[in-house]
Structures are given as C-alpha cells and as structure tokens.
Design a protein around this ligand. Structure first.
Ligand code: NAG
Ligand code: NAG
Ligand code: NAG
Ligand code: NAG
Ligand code: NAG
Length: 348
C-alpha cells in the first residue's frame, strides 16, 4: 500500500467511526426512550400541546366553576395530583376547531369519569367568547408528572383508568358530544357583550325589514382555504350557490316572515351569489371576517340554520338548536351529524 493509499484508508476509518458515533449519540436515544424520559411535568407537556409559546403570551385565566374540585393555584401547592389518567387535547385550527377540541375533551371526560384539563392556549381562545367554562387549565396540576407511555388518543384505545387520553388536534368527537346536546349548549355560554351584540343586531334587522317577529335563519358560508381543503382531502367541490338558494327556498316556504342572516369568511362571494331579491337577507360579516366570535353569537341566536360544512358552521347550528340544513358531503362529519340529530337534514 502506498503512503497516499494508507492516508485515504485512515481518513475513511476515522470518518466511518465518526458516523457510527454520531448515529449512536444522536439517534440511538430516540429509539430507546428510558422510562425516566417518559415522565414529563404536566407544565412542559401543556406547552407541547400548544402552538404558541407561553413565554411570549401572558395567560391570565378566568376563574373556573371547578366542578371536579381543582382550585386556581398560583403556587401550585394545594391541588393534589390526579389519581388516574386525565383527558386533554392538542391545539389545532382556529375558533371552530378549538371549540370542538374543547367539547371533545368535555364529552370524553364525562364518558370515562377521568378529570378533564385544557391547555391554556385553547382556553384563552375560548374565554374570549364564553363565560364559566367548566374545564380548568392544565397548569392547575402543572407540577404533577405525566407518564407519556400511558397516553392514548381516543376512547377506542383507552383500556385502563391509569391511561391519559390526549385528543389530537382538529378532532371533533361529535358522536360522543351529541349524546348530551343540551348540556353542551349550556357549557358554551356567550359572554354578555356578545349576547348583547347578537340580540341588538337581530333587533335592528326586524326594524330594517319592518317585521315584528321574524323567523331568523342563520346561513354560514365557508369559503377561502376550505375550498382547497375539501378538494385535497375529499375531492369535493364547494357547495354551489344553488344549494344555499334551495335551502333558503325551503325555509321561506315553511316559515312566516323569514329573515336570512348570512355570515362567511368570504362575504363578498355571498353578496355576489346569494343576493336574491325574493328574500329578506342581511350580510353581517365584515370583509376579512375579523370577528368570528360576533358572527358565531349571531348565528347561534338565530332560530334555524343553513350550513355547508366545517367545524364553525356546524357548531353554530348546534348552538342555535333549530332546524338545520347541511350540504351533502358523503361520509363527512357535518353530514353524519344529520343522521343523529332529528332536526337536521341533508340537501344536495
Ligand atoms: C358564572 O359563574 C358565576 C359563579 O359561579 C355566577 O355568579 C355567574 O352568574 C355565572 N355566569 C353565567 C353567565 O352563568
Ligand atoms: C391497552 O392499550 C394499550 C395502548 O393502546 C395497548 O398497548 C395494550 O395492549 C392494551 N391492553 C389491552 C389488554 O387491551
Ligand atoms: C343597531 O342599530 C343602531 C341604531 O342604528 C346602531 O347604533 C347599532 O350599531 C346597531 N347595532 C348592531 C349590532 O348592528
Ligand atoms: C327566534 O329567535 C329570536 C332571537 O334569538 C328569539 O327572540 C325568538 O324568540 C325566536 N323565535 C322562536 C319562535 O323561537
Ligand atoms: C347525497 O349524495 C349521495 C352521493 O352522491 C347520494 O347518493 C344521496 O342521495 C345524496 N343525498 C341527498 C339527501 O341528497
């Protein structure tokens, strides 16, 4: 072997050793978690469930009804750690998604008897709109430890009270939630300023159309990013204008003095496509849909609903508790809700 060849060989050996060490040092621990690594402080676990960092945002929590005995606890001292697993959820999506994530935790806790806790990031979104939510923040038990090896993601996988259920982001366990529709409605009490806004807006409409007791039909039209999402995920095109118009026709024929109240993330599309002279119709969202809470409060105060798909419209219709028409998307959760709730029906 020449001197040059020996040099190349030596370099190759050193390089190979480095690669092996690198794999060992950096990758090996990831595949064999030691039991200690799986025990996490709840406070750290909570951060992992949230999109935003707690350092950047200040989380001032409201008082909780504290149904399961946990108290607001700044010094993390008084609350004892849960004896069993808990129920919580990961944060995903905007207001509509996070409402369903909360409701999924609420219903799963009720079904299993485990204590529910929400990450503060989801509670913060909800507390801007709702009062007296019953589920306390995870920070109430922040100093306790959680065994990540005992975490499952749904009721179907849950087989021991020691196991914790963490509901994945964007989940909507509607079939469980709809076992208790009236209790869900009670859990979501709009803040007084939103209630006042909604009743004022509806009263203004009765004045504008000069009708003493209108039947308000809320319409939610979901466009923008959902149009792509529907196509990517389900190969479904967005509901055409004729769907909303035939649903409107149904309500106009069935009830007296109907006023349609349209909210949307694309209110300009609605003004261009739904503005039929035959009907009394009001377009309430602002151009960029910057007030989802206000629109939700109004839609929830209406007597009946027309929705297409999506978490936001479905929840508004659920809260409104009237007759609901939903767009026919095969095997989609909004359509499946219509199979459970008697006053919901699907239209194409
Ligand atoms: C919220 O809870 C507090 C304390 O339990 C109660 O005084 C208040 O009336 C409740 N508010 C609503 C809107 O239910
Ligand atoms: C209970 O659930 C865990 C996690 O899903 C699973 O690994 C285990 O096999 C299950 N045990 C039984 C008895 O079903
Ligand atoms: C209702 O009408 C009054 C008087 O025109 C107006 O000041 C108020 O902003 C309206 N409120 C809503 C919520 O539309
Ligand atoms: C319709 O909704 C309005 C506004 O929420 C309410 O005041 C009215 O009582 C409802 N009408 C019926 C028949 O339920
Ligand atoms: C919904 O769509 C499916 C598939 O296209 C169809 O078979 C069904 O009849 C439709 N249902 C209604 C109520 O329009």
């Amino acid at each position: 072997m020449s001197h040059a060849q020996q040099h190349v060989l030596a370099s190759a050996i050193v390089l190979a050793l480095l690669v092996v060490c690198g794999i060992h040092v950096f990758l090996f621990p990831m595949y064999t978690p030691t039991p200690q690594l799986r025990l996490t402080k709840v406070l750290a676990y909570e951060q992992a469930l949230c999109r935003t960092s707690f350092k950047k945002t200040s989380f001032k929590m409201q008082r909780h009804r504290s149904e399961n005995g946990y108290e607001e606890d700044d010094g993390w001292s008084r609350n004892s750690c849960p004896r069993y697993g808990i129920v919580s959820a990961a944060q995903g999506g905007r207001l509509g998604n996070q409402i369903w994530e909360y409701a999924s935790v609420w219903a799963t806790a009720r079904r299993t008897g485990l204590d529910p806790f929400m990450p503060r990031c989801i509670l913060k979104t909800l507390q801007e709109h709702f009062d007296n939510l019953s589920i306390p923040p995870l920070s109430y038990i922040g100093r306790c430890t959680l065994d990540a090896g005992q975490v499952v993601n749904s009721l179907g996988q849950w087989n021991s009270t020691q196991q914790t259920i963490i509901i994945p982001r964007h989940a909507a366990y509607w079939s469980l939630i709809l076992i208790w529709p009236d209790d869900v409605r009670r859990e979501f009490t709009f803040k007084p300023f939103l209630k006042q806004y909604a009743s004022m807006l509806l009263r203004n409409l009765s004045v504008r159309f000069n009708i003493r007791e209108p039947t308000y039909v809320g319409i939610h039209v979901r466009r923008t990013d959902y149009v792509d999402y529907l196509w990517q995920k389900l190969k479904v095109k967005p509901a055409p204008a004729r769907y909303y118009l035939s649903a409107m026709n149904y309500f106009a024929n069935k009830y007296k003095n109907v006023v349609f109240v349209v909210a949307s993330d694309s209110i300009s599309w609605c003004k261009n496509h739904l503005n039929n002279q035959k009907y009394r119709i009001a377009f309430i969202s602002d151009r960029d849909a910057r007030a989802p809470g206000k629109d939700l409060a109004v839609l929830s105060s209406c007597n009946h609903s027309i929705i297409d798909y999506g978490t936001y419209g479905s929840f508004a219709a659920l809260l409104s508790a009237g007759e609901t028409i939903v767009y026919n998307v095969t095997a989609y959760f909004s359509t499946m809700i219509a199979e459970v709730l008697p006053n919901w029906q699907v239209m194409s």
